[in-house]
Write a protein that binds this ligand. Structure first.
Ligand SMILES: Cc1cc2nc3c(=O)[nH]c(=O)nc-3n(C[C@H](O)[C@H](O)[C@H](O)COP(=O)(O)OP(=O)(O)OC[C@H]3O[C@@H](n4cnc5c(N)ncnc54)[C@H](O)[C@@H]3O)c2cc1C
Ligand code: SF4
Length: 335
């Protein structure tokens, strides 16, 4: 199915971008690597009502393509490609959790094209939502039902939430980069009409999912704080294939120690909710303790205490437990 015709604008500055989006309104969308957006357009997945007809090409904004270690931390421009980030010596030396997540994501070819900003802002990979020719006009498109769960009939075994939905939508956050960034305490940097704004990763994704951010805005980059002393981290994922497959569940873990005692734990599950899911109860079980095997087991159980799986996806509980435990043990090994 050929894509509907669309215009492409080539802004020469971030201000130019914001002005253009202000003029063209809801029909305009930033174009980064295009690995997600062009697929959606080609599928005509969103239908005439919500499909973008004006793309604003970010490849003309060189100021969005940078990586720099600063006093505050590691600043990453939104147009940095995933392979550039993966290859960065800063990632290899200071943030190996990012490298692990990137190396398992999609394929090398896609990572060459795809950008950091595009990975965070990619749309849901719910197959009803993405079905060719807007076959299902679901809640997320302003329709009346969610075919993934209507009357318990829909297919929601894998890429759907086990912690409920947001505004009735139970598709999960697809970004494998978001979890590791969140455990590292990264901030998303936005440029809006009112100036620069920074938001923690999970908060940003929540606002993005519910379309709460007033246009015009642009994700210009990320700021990852300097690694905490005596900290260790790990990322693991469960997917059906090793390559070219989204994670069914992923886990990102950061642990900080004072001698043998864990003084800070950050545990995040991916693929289980429309945003990365912080496991605060499980974190509290580890903090202040010398972590034992039993404690890891208890933390994995606690991480799912508030889960409410859909009729056909309770198997994701067991997968989540396993993936989180594996990530905690990996992190402990890396001390
Ligand atoms: C076969 C395949 C397998 C994949 N596997 C995985 C996987 O395992 N894990 C994973 O995490 N991802 C996976 N992906 C998704 C992939 O990572 C995304 O398609 C990619 O990161 C999007 O980046 P992009 O630069 O191409 O974005 P684009 O396609 O250009 O844009 C994506 C969306 O983000 C918006 N956007 C882009 N940049 C900005 C910005 N700076 N500010 C505001 N909005 C912006 C666009 O308007 C668009 O809505 C896979 C994709 C494919 C095709
Ligand atoms: S899960 Fe969300 S995106 Fe998928 S069909 Fe339901 S409302 Fe639409």
């Amino acid at each position: 199915m050929p894509a509907r015709s669309f215009r492409i604008a080539e802004p020469s500055s971030i201000q130019d971008f914001l002005d253009y989006v202000k003029r063209t309104g809801a029909k305009s969308k930033p174009l980064a690597g295009g690995t997600d957006l062009l697929h959606m357009l080609k599928q005509r997945a969103l239908g005439k009502r919500t499909e973008a007809t004006q793309l604003v090409d970010l490849n003309y904004l060189p100021e969005l393509k940078h990586m720099k270690m600063t006093e505050e931390g590691f600043a990453i421009g939104a147009m940095t490609s995933l392979s550039e980030l993966e290859e960065s010596s800063v990632v290899k030396d200071l943030y190996p959790i990012l490298g692990t997540a990137l190396s398992t994501l999609a394929t090398p070819l896609i990572r060459n094209m795809a950008t950091v900003g595009g990975n965070i802002c990619q749309d849901f990979w719910c197959w009803y939502y993405r079905a060719e020719g807007n076959a299902f006009d679901c809640l997320r498109k302003g329709g009346k039902t969610c075919p993934a769960i209507s009357q318990g009939e829909g297919e929601h075994e894998w890429n759907y939430s086990i912690f409920g939905g947001i505004d009735g939508c139970v598709a999960v956050s697809p970004s494998d980069l978001a979890g590791p960034l969140a455990v590292l305490g990264a901030q998303i940097v936005l440029m809006t009409d009112a100036g620069v704004k920074q938001l923690p990763v999970i908060e940003f994704i929540k606002d993005f999912v519910v379309r709460k951010i007033d246009a015009p805005w642009l994700l210009t980059g990320l700021l990852v704080p300097r690694p905490l002393p005596n900290s260790t981290s790990a990322f693991t994922r469960f997917s059906f294939r090793r390559a070219i497959d989204f994670a069914v569940v992923s886990a990102s873990v950061q642990l900080c120690f004072d001698k043998q005692t864990c003084i800070k734990a950050r545990l995040i599950l991916g693929g289980v909710y429309p945003t990365p899911q912080r496991c605060a109860r499980a974190e509290r079980l580890l903090e202040g303790n010398v972590i034992s095997e039993d404690m890891v087991q208890n933390a994995a159980e606690a991480s799912l205490e508030e889960a409410s799986p859909l009729p056909k996806n309770s198997h994701k509980l067991q997968i989540s437990r396993g993936v989180l435990k594996r990530a905690i043990f990996e992190a402990l090994k890396g001390r």
